[in-house]
Design a protein around this ligand. Structure first.
Ligand SMILES: NCCC[C@H](NC(=O)CCC(=O)O)C(=O)O
Ligand SMILES: NC(=O)OP(=O)(O)O
Length: 316
């Protein structure tokens, strides 16, 4: 595998999930694979889980790891082509990515969307420039439109905790005060549409995701109807795709509570990629109660990352 940017880069998804679960049982069995190999993790945006879990995964495989918070510690990066660099940017992504490739066997990149220009964000221009100019295999650490390491960990979690062959999985929109990217819900939907699950998406009118990611999902504006008898409820806020980046008020009632779960989904396990704003996106009674699997889910980020890195190391 030379690129991990979406589910489409994975030949056999069930095999990758199975590999992640095997690695969880035996984390240090492949330390020879990463010996003398360097993973560089490059962040243009903040991270807790992705940074720590991917670093841990690489260490488990015997790799060396370099972390660069390029937004804070690097030179101001020019991302546009054909501009005279007489302003505040100091180094072009062409040289920066090329140089990072010299120091790395695999590079991970995190670059969030600006949420201003949909065409620009959905073209994945920043992520794709890293891929083009660094000339080594690249793992997405969350790009403008997708978060595949998160989605793989989510699928691993569902596979591990499901109590029936084909569980009902619901992605529900949640309230927030800010405009957040569509990357996590796009990616979760894209992975779930390819998995052996019964998949529903619930959101208020106006929060339709880009249809490229939701093909095969049941989509509704009725949260109670959507979560009825769900086995897994995946909670996430996102801003509108159309008009792009918009946030409309008046949907505070979409926050999931124990009362809602008790009424229609008593057996549901509740997931969230984190970070989560308590009692805005998701009630603390759920987060602190037995239905929440968010910490377990975040733990599985290690095995998802390790399965991907292992496959990349095998094809270096
Ligand atoms: N990597 C996980 C999610 C990252 C991002 N959340 C955020 O930016 C939260 C910011 C805040 O709550 O202020 C998102 O939703 O895509
Ligand atoms: N879920 C997730 O990607 O978390 P971080 O943004 O903290 O890496």
């Amino acid at each position: 595998m030379k690129l991990f940017s979406s589910v489409n880069d994975v030949k056999d998804v069930p095999a990758l999930v199975a590999r992640a679960l095997q690695l969880k049982q035996n984390p240090y069995a492949h330390q020879h694979l990463g010996k003398n190999k360097t993973l560089s993790l490059v962040f243009l945006n903040p991270s807790l889980r992705t940074r720590m879990s991917t670093q841990k995964a690489a260490l488990n495989l015997g790799m060396n790891v370099i972390v660069l918070n390029i937004d804070k510690e690097g030179w101001a990066l020019e991302l546009r082509d054909n501009v005279i660099m007489n302003g505040t940017t100091v180094e072009h992504i062409r040289e920066a990515a090329g140089v990072m490739g010299e120091y790395s066997d695999i590079i991970g990149v995190r670059s969030f969307p600006g949420l201003k220009d949909r065409e620009e964000d959905y073209s994945e221009s920043i992520f794709n420039k890293f891929v083009e100019f660094c000339k080594v295999p690249v793992v997405s650490l969350e790009s403008a439109t997708r978060h595949p390491l998160q989605s793989l960990a989510d699928l691993v979690t569902i596979e591990e905790l499901k109590t029936k062959a084909r569980p009902k999985v619901v992605l529900t929109w949640a309230p927030h005060i800010k405009a957040l990217p569509q990357a996590v819900p796009n990616s979760f939907a894209e992975w779930m549409c390819k998995a052996d699950v019964d998949f529903t998406i619930a959101h208020p009118a106006g929060y339709e995701l880009c249809a490229d990611f939701t093909n095969g999902a049941t989509i509704t504006h009725n949260q109670d109807e959507a979560i009825k008898d769900a086995d897994f409820i995946y909670v996430k806020n996102w801003s509108a795709y159309e008009p792009y980046g918009a946030v409309t008020g008046g949907n505070e009632g979409w926050m999931l509570t124990n009362a809602k779960l008790d009424a229609v989904a008593p057996n549901a396990k509740v997931m969230h990629c984190l970070p989560v704003r308590r009692d805005l996106e998701l009630s603390s009674e759920i987060l602190d109660g037995p239905k929440s699997v968010v910490i377990h889910e975040a733990g599985n980020r290690v095995w998802a990352a390790q399965a991907v890195l292992k496959q990349m190391l095998e094809t270096l």
